[in-house]
Every structure is written in C-alpha cells, then in structure tokens.
Design a protein around this ligand. Sequence first.
Ligand code: 6PG
Length: 242
Amino acid sequence: MENTIYLFENPEILAEQLSKIFYKTITNKSIFTVAFSGGKTPATFLKYLANPIFKEHFNVWNNIHVFQVDERMVPPDHSESNFKMIKELLVDKISIPYKNIHRIHGENHPDFEVKRYAEEIKQYVELENEDPVFDWIFLGLGEDGHTASIFPNRLDLINGKNICEITTHPITGQKRITITGKVIFNARRVSFIVTGIDKSKVVADILQHKPEADKYPASYFCSRDGITEWFLDKEAASKINS
Ligand code: 6PG
C-alpha cells in the first residue's frame, strides 16, 4: 500500500484544505465513523472543521460518530486531556448529537476503561470479522516515530489481537489508552497530519523507507485495503530527498 503525500505551505492552509476534503468526502452514510488523535497538531484542523466558513456542511455531523485514537488517563477537564481539546475546538462549536461522541473516559481506571472503550467501538463501528472498520482515522506522529499512543517500546501492538490497549509514555510514565494496529490497518482511510521542522527527520525516514524507520511504530501503519495519506506542511516535509 503506497502512501499519498499532500504538501502545504503551512499548518493553516493544510487544515483548511483538509477540512474542505473532509466535508466533500463525507458520504451520506447513516453512520460515518471518524477517530481523531490528540497532541497539539490536530488543533488547527479541528478549529477549521468548526470554522463557520463550513457552516453549510455542519448538518453532516448528525451522521458522524466521533471517536478518539488515544487518550491520556486524566479527567476530561485536565489540561492534558485529548478530549478536552476535541470538545473545546470542535464538539462545542458544531451541533453534533451527544450520542455521537465516543470519548475515552480518562478519569476511569485504565484496566476498566480499556475494555469499556473497546466495547463502545464494537457497538457503533461497522465490524468485519468482528473487527472494527473505521471510515477515517486521523493520526499524528511523535518525534520518536510513535503514533496513536503506540510507542517504540510497544511494537507488539502493531499486530496484536486486541483493538485497544493500555500503554505508558516512555518519558513521563503517563498511562494512555490507544487503539491498536489491528484497528488502523482495517480503516478505510488513514490520514497522518504532521507539521513542523521537529518532525522532518522522522517523516523523511518513514517515507523514504530508511532502515532506522523500522523502530518507528508509525512506519508500519497503512490501511491494508484503503487509503493511506500524509498531510504535511513544508517544514515537516523538508528533509524528504535531502
Ligand atoms: C497524543 C497523541 C500522539 C500525537 C503525537 C504528536 O495523545 O499525544 O495522540 O500520538 O499524535 O505525540 O503529538 P503533537 O501533535 O503534539 O506533536
């Protein structure tokens, strides 16, 4: 499966163009399932999705079910909560039915929440051979090559049997819950959103299939039968072919 690269001058233009693609792509399926990553990068994209310039499309959110790729195990009002960002920048700005929001409950004990969230995914996301098939998953990329909350010390989660797992941030020790490779591989569309010069080396290593990319979880992720694409700004793409 090849990676398709979309290159933009800066994060704002990337976010605006990706929002246009998003609203143009959303089919009139009764349920369209999308999963957003956390971290800082998605903020600009989430803001643009809720930008009044797209107001005419906001009715699509009645059929869109919003999930999380991963979450830090903190309460939803904690400054590090990924859901807090998704709620403040998108959910609170558009009219989306409460039942369409499927957050990871960071306030719960991880052992309980990892099972609860997996069941919620299976309840609302189309299943093929009992595995969820998301319509669209948006992924970020860490400087260490992690994506979702699958860190380099957990390459076992790339082909593991569970759809959700508990992981631990290798530096902070913070507990996370994340979807796994099984879910990402099954998705109809996987879009990485990566911006900034700090990510340029890991982006180049992955997209140029350099040997060092083998230690990066993100290098393994592409939709098996669907679309895998990289939305990059010029800074993040600056070391490709250098
Ligand atoms: C998280 C994210 C994580 C993120 C990368 C990039 O919970 O932190 O899901 O996987 O995508 O760490 O983070 P930035 O966008 O902040 O660089």
